[in-house]
Design a protein around this ligand. Structure first.
Ligand code: ADP
Length: 164
């Protein structure tokens, strides 16, 4: 059985991530989306919220599982019984970092390979950070996110403003 892990912060999941999830799930028997619980970053959404949002928008894809992880990615990949890491490539700016990451992971875990899916042209400009920035200034984010996620980000921004 082919098992892959698609890791990321997913803070929050965008239509660009969603596209990579759908496409990789269609070529693998099982896809585990690994949500990174990184204590060095301060995400807008907690890891539990990010997991729950991903579960909600991928509920129609039967071979997708959502899990959180911390620590080394290759340890999570090994524990999951996967041999493949999926990453999305948007632009040349992603390339250098992704190349370094995949080569390092391959040295630490030679049995694990990284497969890159190039972005759908529709979403090549899209990142979670840009979406958060637009939402912060009350811009229209409906073209970038699943409607459920757009609602959640607006709720989160309203909560933050009420606490200022
Ligand atoms: P990270 O913090 O690891 O960069 P992200 O949640 O930003 O996590 O992204 C996870 C993965 O999804 C990365 O491989 C990233 O390149 C990819 N990705 C993010 N946005 C897009 C997009 N619009 N199209 C294709 N891939 C994307």
């Amino acid at each position: 059985m082919s098992v892959a892990v698609y890791p990321g912060s997913f803070d929050p999941v965008t239509l660009g991530h969603h596209d990579i999830i759908e496409r990789s799930a269609s070529i693998m028997d099982k896809l585990i989306v690994g949500v990174l619980n990184n204590s060095a970053k301060t995400p807008l959404f907690s890891v539990e919220e990010r997991v729950s949002m991903l579960k909600s928008v991928t509920r129609h894809i039967p071979n997708v599982e959502i899990q959180s992880f911390d620590g080394l990615l290759v340890d999570f990949v090994r524990k999951s019984g996967a041999k493949v890491i999926i990453r999305g490539l948007r632009a040349i700016t992603d390339f250098e970092y992704e190349l370094q990451l995949s080569q390092t992971n391959h040295v630490i875990a030679p049995e694990v390979d990284t497969i890159f899916l190039t972005t759908n042209l529709k979403y090549s400009y899209l990142s979670s950070s840009i979406v958060k920035e637009i939402a912060e200034y009350h811009g229209d984010i409906s073209a970038f996110l699943h409607p459920e996620i757009a609602e959640k980000i607006q709720e989160k921004m309203a909560l933050r403003e009420s606490m200022k």
